[in-house]
Design a protein around this ligand. Sequence first.
Ligand code: BES
Ligand code: MN
Ligand code: MN
Length: 456
Amino acid sequence: MSNAALQYAATHTDQHLEHLKELIRIPSISGMSVHHPDVRRAAEWLANHLNTCIGFTNARVVEGIALPMVYAERLIDPAKPTVLVYGHFDVQPIDPIELWNTVPFEPTLVGDNLYARGAVDDKGPTMAALKALESLLATDGLHVNIKVLLEGEEESGGESISDYVAKHPTELACDYVLILDTGMVGKDIPTITHSLRGITYVEITAHGAAGDLHSGGYGGIAPNPLQALAWVLADLKGRDGRINLPGLYEMVRPLTPADKAILDRQSAERGPDMLAAAGLTSFPGEHQYSAMERMTSRPTFEVHGIIGGFIGEGSKTVIPAEAKAKVSLRLAPGQNSVKVFDILKQRVSELAPEGVTMEVVWLNGGEPLLLPLDAPVLKIAAAAYGAEFAAPVEYVRGGGSIPVAALFDSTLHAPSVMLGFGLPDDNVHAPNEKFHLPYYYAAIRSCIRFLTALGA
Ligand code: BES
Ligand code: MN
Ligand code: MN
């Protein structure tokens, strides 16, 4: 099957690695406005690479409402299926920088691992999908229609691509979406993700007096916005892990006993390793649900950061005028990010104590996705991908989010095929991110086999 393309991939491993390194060297951090020119440079690099190296002629940078995307297509035969290849070329920030053992944007090979920010999330896997296309196009082996849509804003909520997909359903019409942006449950265990959580990410600001006050002059009579914020955050989630938002859980799609059994098994298999890897002795919270159910199919409420008042050296007797928190909820299948935002905003304003006003500002969001496990395309994908590994393919629900992914389902009516190439210890979003390089080549071959099988 498509031996010529596999052969091409085998004889071009060095170039394929060099090209990945070039892309990684562009510090395309979407969350930092000083790096937005780099996000654009990465888009330009990719559009150029698609045209000069991968084999497209019409690749272009597409402007978004915030950051740019890249689009290319090769339509060969309307009778053949159309696959939309999705990936993201933006990355997370690199701090804390002092914990890196190598230079974050200088890809460094240590043994089998390529260390760099973006190596596995998501430049390596995205480039692998493109290198599969290159291998097929260079050998006359492409027998499906291809649309490539890459974004530079995934790590910041994907607002531009969500807007673009909503507005261009005809241009983006496809039968399947191929996404290489998820993980494997363990080394050499091929893992197909069939569910993602959604997210509602907000900033909560508590306002008290017009300015900071002397805590002697006003202590005992003035409201304290930091204290108010602490009360409200504590009210929103109990120590039992229950989130106190009216109607929140009613939206969660219930799991069947069969779904639960899978998650129970996976919890037994992976729970102890996940505990150890995190340096924990227990997973506090909703003990009535299995670890994997809690991690993939229950909503969460997390406080990411709180700032306000005085934290400098020594002591300062002040009642701060303002306090802020960054908070997000991960959403389980069935929930909707805007509805959850509305409920949260309403509840926070009800909980605001006397003298304090609470502002809840939407930062970003995305919808959850749950795809049926019996889709025929998954069988084809599992065979193509599973051929790389001795272990059988594991099907999992993911705990993370790809904000645009649900739109591929709801707007384009195309199921996403999510093949994982990230390892649990790849340090995604953390210092010393790495990509296990043998998986770069395995990903290229898997995509070659998958696209070949779809076209046959
Ligand atoms: N690749 C991840 C998403 C992911 C991780 C899916 C693990 C499945 C398993 C993606 O790059 C990511 O980090 N997404 C963000 C989105 C957020 C910033 C809106 C996330 O999940 O935090
Ligand atoms: Mn990613
Ligand atoms: Mn990420």
